[in-house]
Design a protein around this ligand. Structure first.
Ligand code: AMP
Length: 618
């Protein structure tokens, strides 16, 4: 709404379209806008006052689709046709998920490959992108119903740890739902925006955003200064949340009641019934001390103390992540000015206490923790609509990005924890005379050898005009846009030949994998330095052999046969050294070859200069 436009064709007044903010959650999704009159962010609610749309999709026998509370009803009776936690599947392969496959009560296709997962419902296959788009279609429809105006533009939030593939998948889901996704925003950034932290231009605040939802946990440390939001560090676990609390309770009851595993296998509905009861118990215990209920004929009980014991390991894990995030940001807990709670699971009193105790201060829990992210997305949408020009948002890259260079070494262009958007460029050259193509292989990771990192993309820059080795100037540039999507361009500067690619990796990395990659890079640091040294020594030696041989074959007639013989011997010895892994030997033999070739190379150079100068008066 906001602005009014005149439709010239019809002469009628039209309300200019507004941009909505969407929190596409693992458990629930919702939409928010900036209220056109009071300019405050508000979530869109149906007449029943409900803003949360459960992120659940149900397919009936005829293939027609329902989303939200309606679909939720079928979790128990039709687990095979009722899809929940789609967000956990975004940008993932079956291999990423197989350890968790028992979590899904519907059919996740096991084709044991690295390609993106599909879900089988009835006889049809669906991708997570399609499934998410059904949720977005429902949100769009509701928003249009409530606002009474078409909604085609949105800002969608994602967990800070989402990688390129997952961000791209979210964007694609939006497109499929008929939404122009103007920006993908990190959830913690949105949460801080909702609290208006640091919105005054003259203040600098350091904020910790603790987000414990249904399926994911994120801790982010942000610095907000002069209207600029910068993510200093992020940490978390994409497989930790309120769902785990529910499962903990289910397991506790199963043990207590002596329910047999086979019983649960045969009767999948019972497992779901227990899950729903467990969630009810958990919520009840946020404001009461005892729960009593019934499921599948079993009498179930749980008190707050027992519940707190059950979730303690999960809670400890989140605090561990907080410590790591502070360490990565180079801060102590005392340096945090504000702590923001996000996600329905922060309603659990012991969670709130633990976070408050760890950071040694009161936490922000004034806004509804389920709504905070959507409210912030609306604030961001408003900024993009040009209504609030004072702000800029910056995020960071979780892993380094670079390309493969000689000998399989990783050459980092954008280091890990760089701010997004980010740009970097570096020049490379050809190794062979007349080389007309160059393969650009892009990797993500912290190790020195590309083989230990993750390949994101590969392409060929072809059509480089023939020129001697080392003369071509190929500039490789990386651009990460505000959504965290990587664009790579290679351009040969002398000829202008260029080629570019947008990185949409085949499948995503889990948090655990990112953590593992970082841990490995530290663990292997010493070994990597040694490897790099030997690889570099060998590459340098190889290059010297090639230049020397070229030189000899071109200048044979000017050289003494003794010189040629000695050189060939030295070349052979250097080749021999390269075939070992002895760096010192390679360097020694390189030096020897240099020693032998230097005198005649210099002599020929002098003669060349003399002959060019001949006949010229100085
Ligand atoms: P979100 O992903 O932010 O929508 O959070 C949803 C999670 O919050 C689910 O696991 C809910 O069970 C949980 N939740 C919602 N309300 C409460 C409550 N009152 N007490 C404890 N957990 C809650």
């Amino acid at each position: 709404m906001g602005k009014i436009a005149i439709n010239i064709a019809t002469g009628s007044l039209q309300q200019q379209e507004m941009i909505v903010g969407i929190d596409l959650g693992t458990t629930n999704s919702l939409v928010a806008i900036i209220h056109p009159e009071n300019r405050q962010p508000v979530v869109l609610k149906e007449h029943d006052g409900n803003a949360l749309v459960p992120s659940i999709i149900h397919f009936d026998k005829m293939g027609s689709i329902t989303v939200g509370d309606e679909a939720r009803k079928y979790l128990i009776t039709e687990p095979q046709n009722t899809i929940f936690s789609v967000k956990r599947l975004m940008g993932k392969s079956y291999n990423d998920l197989k350890e968790r496959s028992s979590f899904f009560t519907y059919k996740v296709i096991d084709d044991n490959t690295e390609s993106l997962v599909k879900i089988l419902v009835g006889e049809k296959f669906y991708s997570p992108v399609e499934l998410s788009s059904y949720i977005l279609v429902e949100l769009k429809k509701r928003a249009e119903h409530i606002l009474k105006t078409p909604v085609t533009k949105a800002v969608i939030t994602v967990p800070a740890y989402f990688n390129d593939a997952q961000r791209q998948a979210t964007r694609d889901a939006g497109k499929l739902a008929g939404l122009d996704v103007l920006r993908i925003v990190n959830e913690p950034t949105a949460a801080s925006l909702a609290y208006g932290l640091g919105m005054r231009n003259d203040e600098t605040r350091t904020v910790a955003v603790y987000d414990l939802g249904g399926g994911t946990f994120d801790i982010s440390i942000l610095r907000i200064s002069n209207g600029i939001f910068e993510v200093l560090s992020t940490n978390g676990d994409t497989y930790l949340g309120g769902d785990d609390f529910d499962l903990g309770i289910v397991k506790y009851w199963i043990n207590q009641q002596g329910i047999k595993e086979e019983e649960l296998m045969v009767h999948k509905g019972l497992a779901q019934e227990l899950r729903l009861k467990a969630e009810e118990a958990k919520k009840h215990l946020s404001s009461n001390t005892k729960f009593k209920g019934e499921a599948g004929g079993e009498q179930l009980e749980l008190n707050r103390g027992e519940f707190e014991n059950l979730i303690k390991p999960f809670l400890d894990k989140t605090i561990e992540c907080c410590k790591n995030a502070l360490a990565d940001a180079g801060l102590s807990s005392k340096e945090i000015d504000e702590v923001v709670l996000v996600g329905g699971s922060t309603r659990v009193p012991v969670v709130k206490e633990a976070v408050s105790k760890f950071f040694g201060r009161d936490v922000h829990d004034e806004l509804n923790p389920d709504e905070v992210v959507a409210l912030g997305a609306a604030v961001q949408a408003d900024i993009l609509a040009g209504n609030n020009k004072d702000f800029l948002l910056l995020d960071i890259t979780p892993l380094s990005l670079g390309i493969e260079t000689m000998g399989g070494l990783m050459d980092v262009l954008i280091p890990r924890n760089s701010k997004i958007p980010s740009k970097a460029a570096r020049q490379y050259t050809t190794q062979k005379d007349g080389q007309n193509g160059m393969r650009i292989s892009v990797y993500q990771g912290e190790r020195d050898l590309v083989n230990d990192n993750r390949k994101l993309a590969e392409f060929n820059l072809s059509g480089i005009p023939a020129m001697p080795a080392g003369l071509a100037k190929v500039e490789v540039s990386f651009l990460i846009n505000a959504d965290g999507i990587l664009n790579i361009k290679a351009k040969e500067l002398r000829s202008g030949v260029e080629q570019s690619i947008e990185v949409k990796p085949q499948y995503g990395l889990t948090d655990a994998e990112v953590e593992k990659m970082l841990a490995e890079s530290i663990q292997h640091a010493k070994e990597d330095i040694q490897t790099r040294a030997i690889v570099e020594a060998k590459a340098e030696a190889q290059l010297l052999i090639e230049t020397t041989e070229r030189f000899i074959s071109k200048n044979q007639s000017f050289l003494l046969s003794e010189e040629i013989k000695r050189t060939n011997n030295a070349v052979a010895e250097l080749r021999e050294a390269i075939s070992t892994n002895d760096k010192d030997l390679v360097q020694k033999k390189t030096e020897e070859l240099n020693e032998i070739s230097r005198p005649y190379a210099e002599r020929l150079m002098d003669e060349a200069i003399k002959s060019t100068l001949k006949g010229k008066s100085i």
